[in-house]
Design a protein around this ligand. Structure first.
Ligand code: NAD
Length: 298
């Protein structure tokens, strides 16, 4: 059955996600601080709400897609925020990538108001948001997950219940820590291959079928040529920016410190993306970090 949906945060990800819900026949009322984002939703057949409270007030399901934990806290717990405006029994789903602690704290506050809340960060980027092929990793009560599933399936291809509150965020930062480390490993190997006089297309062909194989190589190769769709072929236009990777690696390091996990390569990857940002390259795709490996060391 079609739900009334309140969608907060209609940016690069939230915009196309909300449009897919409109396309699926849901009544979507959306709000973003930026007027053009609201106008784009109205253009697509949704309703541009005048305030967050207006978008949320009539909704069965509230979805949020905001930059960081602080925005999520403010949107939910602030004056005229989601918790103050949602109707009784509304299901709350935050799809932003934020720290585990904030995700759990906001879900707890929602629970105290009688709302079930899920953390449901995504992987798949803007292309996945547009195509409706995102992967959702979801934390929270099983019953709420089952209630949210049909809505999330309109925006994603894989919708996976990761565990209790915060488990979705935990899965997201663990996955992206693997991704960041693996991307750097492919960049280092490609840079070394170049210096050894090895054709990088050949290394691609070999490692794609050997034990170095990983997504960063076979689907997102950081050198131009082997994977025509990868950002390397368009001057590293994102894609997934180095800024976003840096943020996710920071969240992973904060989480690792909080629980005493040993993540030396995660820490190093975070440092390398910090350095890349200091070079003013944060707006490039995260695979552009190969430029650091291609600089001569002497
Ligand atoms: P974005 O900056 O394009 O969009 C965020 C939107 O939130 C902006 O339009 C902003 O105006 C709006 N906003 C901020 N505070 C608000 C408030 N209080 N009320 C209403 N609107 C508010 O960011 P994005 O790329 O869409 O990313 C959103 C989240 O998704 C981030 O947590 C990001 O890490 C995560 N993510 C992004 C990608 C990607 O490739 N872009 C992939 C996976 C996950």
């Amino acid at each position: 059955s079609m739900a009334r949906i309140g969608f907060i945060g209609l940016g690069n990800m939230g915009g196309p996600m909300a449009r897919n819900l409109v396309r699926a026949g849901h009544a979507v009322a959306g709000f973003d601080l930026a007027e053009p984002a609201r106008a784009a939703l109205a253009e697509a057949g949704g309703t541009a709400a005048a305030s967050l409270a207006d978008a949320v007030g009539g909704a069965d399901v509230v979805l949020t897609m905001l930059p960081e934990g602080a925005h999520v806290r403010a949107a939910y717990q602030g004056e005229n925020g989601v918790l103050a405006s949602a109707r009784e029994g509304a299901l709350l789903v935050d799809c932003s990538t934020i720290d585990v602690e904030t995700a759990r704290a906001v879900a707890r506050a929602a629970g105290e108001r009688g709302h079930a809340m899920l953390d449901a960060p995504v992987s798949g980027g803007v292309a996945g948001a547009e195509a409706g092929s995102l992967t959702f990793m979801v934390g929270g009560p099983a019953a709420a997950f089952e209630q949210a599933r049909p809505v999330l399936e309109r925006m994603g291809r894989a919708v996976i219940h990761a565990g209790d509150s915060g488990a979705g965020q935990a899965a997201k930062i663990c996955n992206n820590m693997m991704l960041g480390i693996q991307m750097i490993s492919v960049c280092e190997a490609m840079a070394l291959a170049g210096r050894l006089g090895l054709d990088r297309q050949k290394l691609f062909e070999i490692s794609s079928k050997a034990s170095g194989q990983c997504w960063s190589l076979t689907s997102y190769c950081p050198v131009p040529g082997p994977v025509p769709s990868s950002p390397a072929n368009r001057d590293y236009r994102p894609g997934f920016t180095a800024a976003m990777m840096r943020k996710d690696l920071r969240l992973a390091q904060e989480a690792a410190q909080a629980v005493g996990a040993t993540t030396p390569l995660g820490a190093e990857a975070y440092q390398l993306y910090n350095l890349f940002a200091m070079q003013g390259k944060e707006a490039l795709d995260f695979s552009a970090i190969i430029q650091m490996m291609e600089e001569a060391t002497q």
